[in-house]
Ligand binder design. Structure first.
Ligand code: NAD
Length: 440
């Protein structure tokens, strides 16, 4: 980072650092007050936020509430209910050579000024949920919403500034130039959600200042379907998980992995499930979202030829609409299998059996989530023991991230670090070791 940063980000960071040094953000009362204000922001401006999410991504109001607004309110409530408990110093046993009067414990110290960089696909949830943890841990926060969800970015910039303590919280809107300028500054933690290419840029910039990072990345999350499972149940759950937000979900099942006979039976079940959820014309369903922009639309339609269309396949560029699509007879080398799909296309890839399915997963990058649909305990145990992924979901995609007491994060290419609930406190704090030996 040799070029001088533009004045604006430098001044913002300097101002927040000054605030942090006064100790203003440290009392638990300040932290809980900020969380309550954030809760008010969400509950008092639901319609406006939902309208922005609809403008950016065609999200229905129901979906906007369920996956962004209410989700974030729940995380705030969970944090408010447990914060005092999570922050309690933890005693450590003292070895005998230090004497019986010595004491030792750990305490959670806020890190300082943290940067949160959010993506466009859940532009409210993925900006605000890390902020909940950062504020609860007593930090000052610079929030950078995604420029690819401009309506949500504008609403959040205005509301966050109106509701939160602007001495300690700043919103910087913008794209690559603004983020690059921010990354030249020294932060005490950088929390980035998005793709791995930019993740590398973030990590390189952070290395200049020895700043720790959390990288919430993506990748191809497989869904293994065992033979002998109830395929109507499996198809319903796959379709709900895959086509939520038109497939633009980091933990969406990316592809189905199964044996040829199960694949053949799964095809009609998936067609029935798509029609049950979105009707025979999903373009007319108010519950079905749109692709974020033309660039992603063009990328996704380019993947539609990777297999035989079982259901869907249609698209409309003007409306940025791509039908919920299932592709069969997809070979591992097909374009749709070479990158994270991040859209409403579900390929089915076949393997002879369980051993090959496990090898297939292990031959690729460690996924953010791995889903297993299997009645057999032995099969489920084998995936648990023999594969590595950010999360393992048995029988239900996406649901693990709604459990506030589970860490949410990836491993390897799918990310580093985690958050949600008390894991956010771990991420945004330094756990300081303290030893005390009386002087007399
Ligand atoms: P995006 O394009 O909105 O980028 C994310 C952020 O990075 C934005 O704030 C953007 O301004 C910034 N950015 C973009 N280019 C930059 C650059 N050159 N230098 C500095 N900053 C830059 O979102 P995206 O990356 O397209 O998001 C999709 C990806 O994110 C997918 O891979 C998805 O799986 C992943 N994702 C992961 C999670 C998770 O929780 N693990 C959640 C959502 C999305």
């Amino acid at each position: 980072m040799n070029h001088p940063a533009p004045e604006q980000p430098a001044a913002t960071v300097a101002r927040l650092r000054e605030t942090f040094r006064t100790g203003r953000t440290k009392p638990v009362e300040w932290r809980t007050a900020q969380l309550r204000r954030l809760r008010d922001l969400l509950t008092e401006n639901g319609p406006e936020l939902a309208a922005a999410l609809h403008a950016d991504l065609g999200k229905s109001s129901t979906e906007a509430h369920r996956t962004e607004i209410d989700f974030t309110v729940r995380e705030i409530d969970h944090t408010l209910a447990h914060l005092a408990d999570w922050l309690r110093p933890e005693p450590a046993p003292v070895p005998a050579h230090l004497g019986a009067d010595a004491g030792a414990w750990t305490q959670y110290d806020p890190l300082g000024v943290v940067l949160v960089i959010a993506p466009w696909n859940y532009p409210a949830q993925l900006l605000l949920t890390p902020m909940i943890g950062a504020l609860a841990a007593g930090n000052a926060v610079v929030a950078k919403p995604s420029e690819l969800a401009p309506a949500t970015s504008a609403v959040l910039a205005r509301l966050l500034t109106a509701y939160l303590d602007t001495e300690a919280v700043a919103v910087v809107e913008g794209g690559v130039a603004e983020t690059t300028a921010l990354l030249a500054e020294r932060f005490d933690h950088i929390f980035y959600t998005g793709n791995g290419t930019v993740g590398r840029i973030v990590m390189r910039a952070a290395a200049e200042h020895l700043t720790p990072v959390t990288l919430e990345l993506g990748g191809k999350s497989p869904a293994f379907v065992d033979r002998g499972t109830d395929l109507d149940v499996v198809a319903d759950r796959l379709v709900r998980g895959k086509f939520l937000n038109a497939g633009q979900t980091c933990v969406a099942p990316d592809y189905v992995l199964t044996d040829p006979a199960t694949a053949a039976a799964l095809e009609p079940a998936l067609t029935r499930a798509v029609e049950a959820l979105f009707g025979t014309d999903p373009a007319a369903s108010p519950e079905y979202g749109r692709i974020v922009n033309e660039r992603h639309f063009d990328r996704l339609t380019g993947l539609l030829g990777s297999g035989r269309v079982v259901v869907g396949g249609g698209s409309d560029r003007t409306a940025k609409y791509i039908a919920p699509t299932v592709l069969a007879d997809v070979v591992p080398e097909a374009p749709v299998m070479r990158e994270e799909i991040f859209g409403p296309i579900l390929p089915i890839v076949t393997v002879p059996g369980l051993d090959e399915a496990i090898d297939f997963v292990n031959d690729r990058d460690k996924p953010l989530a791995l889903y297993v649909f299997a009645e057999s305990d032995a099969t489920r145990s084998r995936f648990a023991a023999e594969t590595s992924s950010g999360a393992l979901g048995h029988g239900l995609p996406l649901a693990h991230l709604t459990v506030s007491d589970l860490p949410f994060g990836g491993v390897g290419e799918s990310g580093t670090g985690s958050y949600h609930g008390r894991y956010s406190i771990e991420t945004f704090s330094h756990r300081k070791a303290v030893l005390e030996k009386p002087l007399s």
